[in-house]
Design a protein around this ligand. Structure first.
Ligand code: PAF
Length: 298
């Protein structure tokens, strides 16, 4: 496995490959959610590049850039065991050298709602770094997790808007035994908070049940079902419980496929986001709960 730290060296490595290339962009501190993307990329592509870069431009001024969890040694060990071909591990000054001025600025309702409303500038940072990574790694396919559904929608939109020759492969959310969606930031949770987080998954299940009773469902009834469940856990403060169109992120008044049930909440010092997706064919993507022993943090 090659560890590549500069743009020039990554381009040089990439130029020698002729077959299909998959890219898995990450910020490191890998968990089973990341590993599921890499396993799929490994199964589908001739060459797999994983990037690890804690992207400063997607963090707000009061967010956790300085304390974002890091463990490069462990990450590299996991990537080696998965048979990844190259790890792109640039520094902040390599990606944003002195004089950097050009950003990708997504506009409109897609980034003015949900996480975009609560974290202004976040998707500008995400779109900018993802476009840079696409340019450098030149993958045919890029792998992302369904957990960050709005990020997926922003990147899909950017691919269309800029005519990028890249396919997105979206993998289901990987969950801990209590339903908590895996995230690098879960490491901030205390054991009590970790137990409390189970309420998000239960809230999404309650929303899903309302949809399954009668379709098209009334979005207000779905929203209320989710909120009632979260209210049963006083230490968890709901930020939003919404039903949105998966592409535009417009709120829906009646729920019919395709739709996203979205929830965001504050638990202790951390903000959690999660979703269930109802696909056009009527199937649900509710994620995958994995057994304890398969967790990456062994
Ligand atoms: O999802 C993430 O980890 C990040 O937002 C990404 C896509 C790697 C861009 O920094």
């Amino acid at each position: 496995m090659r560890i590549v730290r500069t743009v020039q060296a990554m381009r040089h490595e990439r130029a020698q490959w002729t077959g299909a290339v998959g890219l898995v962009p990450t910020m490191g501190y890998l968990h089973e959610g990341h590993l599921s993307l890499m396993r799929r990329a490994r199964a589908e592509q001739e060459k797999v590049i994983v990037s690890i870069f804690i992207n400063p431009t997607q963090f707000g001024p009061h967010e956790d850039l300085a304390t974002y969890p890091r463990d490069i040694e462990r990450d590299l060990h996991l990537l080696e065991s998965l048979g990844v071909d190259a790890v792109f591990l640039p520094s902040a000054s390599e990606m944003y050298p002195q004089g950097f001025t050009t950003y990708v600025v997504p506009t409109g309702p897609l980034v003015e709602q949900g996480e975009g409303e609560i974290r202004p500038g976040h998707y500008r940072g995400v779109a900018t770094i993802v476009l840079k990574l696409f340019q450098i790694a030149q993958p045919q396919t890029a792998y992302f997790g369904q957990k960050d559904a709005q990020q997926v929608a922003v990147i899909q939109r950017m691919i269309r808007d800029f005519n990028l020759p890249i396919e997105l492969a979206i993998m289901p959310t990987i969950r801990e035994a209590n339903g908590l969606a895996m995230s690098s930031r879960n490491s901030y949770l205390t054991s009590t908070e970790r137990r409390q987080t189970a309420v998000l998954y239960r809230a999404l299940q309650a929303g899903q049940q309302v949809c399954q009773q009668a379709m098209p469902a009334d979005a207000q009834a779905v929203r209320e079902a989710m909120q009632a469940v979260v209210a049963s856990e006083p230490e968890v403060t709901v930020s939003y419980a919404e039903i949105r169109d998966p592409e535009t992120f417009f709120p829906l008044t009646t729920v019919q496929a395709p739709a996203l049930l979205l929830i965001a909440a504050q638990v202790g010092s951390i903000r959690l986001i999660d979703n269930f997706a109802l696909h056009t064919d009527g199937t649900w993507d509710t994620g995958v709960i994995i057994a304890e022993e398969r967790k990456a943090d062994a």
